[in-house]
Ligand binder design. Structure first.
Ligand code: GLU
Length: 482
């Protein structure tokens, strides 16, 4: 049997792409890729006040950065466009006319005050507030009177009562709603703009969407969408509602938190492959103990059966651990390129890079790699590797530098650096060893004063890398006072 699988990611461009959105997009993408289907990206931009082109651009750029590429949709085009809801208003209008004509929807002229009064009296009776259909059976005269009075009108959908609405959810199982709890909801607002629950159904129908994987917050919308599918005589897609993402304190992650935006992680120097790996594990777990997956591997291994119902926890330490892993795997030239902006922020390497500078940056990043969770952290290390000044010294280093052996260690090391032909990391390693041998000292008694004198720190990246990358002149200047 060949089913033409079509999945979609349908963000509202009201802010940057956040981690939860990236997860929905990734899961939809993986389902499509795994089953040889089509992945679509479209925009739910009917909230004109909050939507912006900048947000749309941010979302698309973040998806591209993560390599979640789409076959159809915004920028990609396709046979089912346009892919922005504001460009599809005429289509929604046709559906609305049909529903009105079939008596499945009606114009409602109720004012805010009338609705509020109804809501209050329902609450007073202990009922769930919902629209009970005051305008459902208006006579021609009543309608004409409201029109003449200039009342605003919306279109409401007539929800049948007494029906069980069953969401067959690939993650949550069967979730049953009673249609009586819904009330006749608005499908088109007074400004003629359809609401999300309505437009999304028409989009999913007309784009032949087969699978909808989206955030848990939409599960409660699904019964409204199901009654619309019924009314339009169309089969609903298969749903999968992915659990909430909580922060480590157990609160819901909010899209307003700056550090939930995907591109914030790019700005800090996280690798996209690390973020994808981290995001997929917010809910999905593999059948074995493995932790690291490329997008290609996920395309084969991902399945909704292994997506948990329970909330996922966003733990930045886990992300750092995953990113550190991918940094160690990454091509050194790529990392040098990605690290450059942070070095420029420190006023270094401005202007065109020479080949030598490029090699230097590459070696520098490799020298500090074991210390990095993300690339912006190169800023914390760069000053040990450049310039003739020792960065501000920690207090403890004084004890090391006033140690009995320190002066002779530093002097002998200086002599050797002065005359050395080769200052490659390997050669510097040899020089340090030679100092230990000649002075008959333990490695520690040699390393510690040298590190203290050169960097002002007790710990840090390998000393021989620091010396090699500082170069003869800077090393000798840093040690000049000894
Ligand atoms: N526009 C909705 C959102 O950004 C998506 C709804 C859906 O996927 O059905 O949350």
């Amino acid at each position: 049997m060949s089913v033409n699988i079509r999945t979609r990611f349908a963000p509202s461009p009201t802010g940057p792409l956040h981690i939860g959105g990236a997860r929905s997009a990734l899961f939809d993408y993986l389902i499509a890729r795994k089953l040889g289907g089509t992945f679509i990206v479209r925009s739910e931009d009917t909230d004109r006040e909050r939507s912006s082109a900048a947000s749309e651009q941010n979302i698309l750029e973040a998806l591209r950065w993560l390599h979640i590429d789409w076959d159809e949709g915004i920028d990609a085009g396709g046979a089912y466009g346009p892919y922005r809801q504001t460009e599809r208003l005429a289509l929604y209008g046709q559906y609305t006319e049909r529903l009105l004509k079939d008596g499945k929807a009606y114009h409602c002229y109720c004012t805010e005050e009338e609705l509020e009064a109804e809501r209050r009296s329902q609450l007073a009776r202990g009922e769930t507030p919902r629209y009970i259909g005051a305008c459902r059976h208006l006579t021609e005269e009543q309608r004409a009177a409201y029109e003449a009075a200039g009342r605003k009108k919306v279109v409401r959908f007539h929800v049948p009562v007494g029906e069980q609405l069953v969401v067959r959810d690939l993650i949550r199982g069967e979730v049953v709603f009673d249609s009586g709890g819904i009330g006749d909801f608005i499908i088109v607002k007074s400004d003629g703009i359809p609401v999300y629950n309505y437009a999304v159904v028409i989009d999913d129908i007309t784009m032949n969407i087969t699978h909808v994987i989206r955030g848990d917050e939409h599960l409660s919308n699904t019964p409204r969408q199901l009654v619309l599918y019924q009314a339009l005589g169309e089969p609903a897609p298969v749903f999968g509602h992915v659990s909430l993402i909580l922060n480590t304190e157990g609160h819901k992650m909010s899209k307003r938190d700056g550090d939930t935006a995907v591109l914030d992680y790019r700005a800090k120097g996280y690798l996209p492959e690390a973020l994808v790996n981290f995001v997929v594990l917010l809910g999905w777990s593999p059948s074995d103990e493995r932790e690291f997956f490329t997008l290609e591997e996920l395309t084969e291994q991902f399945s909704l059966e292994r997506v948990a119902k329970s909330p996922a926890v966003f733990d930045v330490n886990k992300l750092n651990y995953i990113n550190a892993h991918y940094l160690k795997q990454a091509d050194p030239d790529r990392l040098a390129h990605l690290a450059l902006p942070y070095l420029r922020e420190e006023g270094l390497f401005v202007g065109e890079l020479t080949d030598e500078a490029q090699r230097w940056i590459r070696d520098f990043v490799q020298a500090v790699l074991d210390h990095l969770a993300y690339l912006a952290q190169v800023k914390e290390y760069i000053h040990y590797f450049t310039g003739s000044e020792v960065p501000a010294a920690q207090a403890e280093v004084q004890d090391i530098l006033t140690g009995e052996q320190a002066p002779q260690v530093i002097r002998l090391f200086k002599d050797k650096i002065q005359t050395a032909e080769d200052l490659s990391a390997e050669a510097v390693k040899g020089i340090i060893k030679a100092v230990t041998k000649e002075l008959k000292l333990s490695g520690k008694l040699v390393f510690m004063p040298l590190r203290a004198a050169l960097t002002g720190q007790m710990h840090g990246p390998e000393l021989y890398h620091i010396v090699s990358l500082l170069g003869r002149e800077n090393v000798l200047r840093r040690l000049a006072r000894y």
